[in-house]
Write a protein that binds this ligand. Structure first.
Ligand SMILES: Nc1nc2c(c(=O)[nH]1)N[C@H]1C(S)=C(S)[C@@H](COP(=O)(O)O)O[C@H]1N2
Ligand SMILES: [Mo]
Length: 422
């Protein structure tokens, strides 16, 4: 069992104080623009273009501009530049999500990058020497490691703040499918940082994507980038070049992306081309106005930057699915937590009056999900509400209501899944 490392908690507190004092350095964006972004976040509305309102009717679009792979409507629901995996389409998959079914979250468009042209530049005042470059072949020649990990958007399940809790949030109106689990192979970021000569006084590592700069409401936010504390960067982070035994597909970061196990999706920078190693704390839009909790109950500058994902459960069933009465039905689903391996999952088929244990079908592991199943013999025809509730090894259980924040991050409440018994 792994609980939140003390260094992670210390990092959060320290960054927050540094940011509010103005002591952290803005990497590649004007500090006033960052402050505008933070101010916008605290009043719920994000600059247009970064986020559509969560109630927008965006289910009918069949293609996402800028996503390369096919998006069959049985598998994906397109939301702006993003594609959500329909959970029902995971029922036939194993523990690992095939790349063709893996959700896509793009701030702009998928860039086409040839591995042979790719370079990774590692630089900054947190190195003891000059900048170092790695080619793709040089990276592949380093010792490799493999790891099963989910990537989940911090805003996954955001739409339930509105549909279950009647609260306004900004951002893509995901249901539960902004998550996938894959076997990633690559090089430890720690190995690359050590080879590049990371110094003892380094505090932050800032990976940047090679996709287009993000322009939002007249502010150029620059390339997608989010500082990682050195403690996490040197721990279990991968520079991954393979997904489920194949080279990374274009939409998932070809040729190389970061995998930051258990942390918010945004930490997993795709198409990484540049890593700044800094002796000072860094800020970017993605750890200031974005990916913090804002709203009543939070400081004006937001919570500490988000790190670990929360816990959730989902049925592998379409919303409103028809289920025949008086026949045994095998309900299946998945649960996961960024905090610790899942300990147990309970389900209810009567809207929460009675609960029983689901059977776990995988050995629960940190940073991954578990599949589960439970038999159901529906008797009464008509609408029914299915619930699934996970508990992880820290003892945390999904609550009935999630604490609101203006951008709808980290929804953790039990989701009410409507079906029709026919
Ligand atoms: N360069 C770059 N990296 C990125 C993003 C992006 O738009 N550009 N999106 C981030 C977000 S918000 C998420 S949730 C994950 C999604 O990874 P996927 O598209 O492979 O599922 O990638 C992250 N890394
Ligand atoms: Mo995300």
């Amino acid at each position: 069992m792994r609980s939140v490392a003390p260094s992670e908690a210390a990092y959060d507190g320290r960054r927050l104080r540094q940011w509010s004092r103005g002591a952290a350095r803005s990497a590649g964006i004007d500090r006033r623009d960052l402050l505008r972004l933070v101010a916008a976040a605290s009043v719920a509305a994000l600059p247009a273009g970064l986020a559509a309102p969560a109630h927008a009717a965006d289910r009918t679009v069949s293609a996402a501009p800028g996503i390369v792979k096919p998006l069959p409507p049985e598998v994906f629901t397109v939301r702006g530049t993003n594609a959500e995996t329909n959970f029902a389409a995971l029922r036939s998959t194993g523990l690992l999500t095939p790349a063709e079914r893996f959700f896509v979250r793009n701030h702009t468009v998928t860039p086409r990058i040839e591995a042979a042209d790719w370079r990774l530049r590692v630089w900054g005042d947190g190195l003891s020497g000059p900048a170092v470059e790695f080619t793709y072949d040089e990276l592949r020649a380093l010792p490799s490691v493999s790891r099963t990990a989910f990537v989940e958007c911090a805003g996954n399940a955001r739409s339930y703040y509105t549909t279950q809790q009647n609260q306004q949030v900004s951002g893509t109106a995901w249901t539960l499918g902004a998550i996938g689990t894959a076997r990633w192979r690559g090089v430890r970021l720690a190995d690359v940082l050590h080879r590049a000569g990371i110094a003892r006084h380094a505090v932050d590592v800032l990976p940047s994507g090679l996709d287009d700069e993000v322009v939002s409401d007249g502010i150029n936010l620059g390339h997608v980038r989010r500082p990682l504390p050195v403690a996490k960067a040197l721990d279990d982070v991968l520079l991954a070049y393979e997904m489920n035994g194949e080279p990374l597909p274009p939409d998932h970061g070809h040729p190389v992306r970061l995998i930051v196990p258990s942390w918010v999706g945004i930490a997993n920078i795709k198409w990484v081309g540049d890593i700044e190693v800094s002796a000072q704390p860094l800020v970017s839009p993605w750890n200031t106005g974005l990916y913090r909790l804002f709203g009543p109950g939070y400081p004006a500058e937001g919570s500490a930057p988000l790190t670990r994902q929360t816990l959730k459960s989902a049925f592998e069933l379409a919303p409103g699915a028809a289920i025949p009465a008086h026949r045994r039905h095998e309900l299946t689903g998945r649960s996961w937590s960024g905090g610790a391996p899942v300990r147990s999952v309970e389900i209810s088929t009567d809207g929460g009056a009675r609960w029983r244990r689901a059977r776990l079908r995988d050995e629960p592991r940190s940073g991954s999900w578990v599949r589960w199943s439970a038999d159901w013999l529906p008797k009464d025809r008509g609408p029914a509400v299915l619930l699934a509730r996970a508990t992880d090894r820290t003892g945390r259980t999904q609550p009935a209501t999630a604490a609101h924040n203006t951008q709808g991050y980290l929804f953790d409440a039990v989701v009410r899944h409507q079906v029709q018994v026919v």
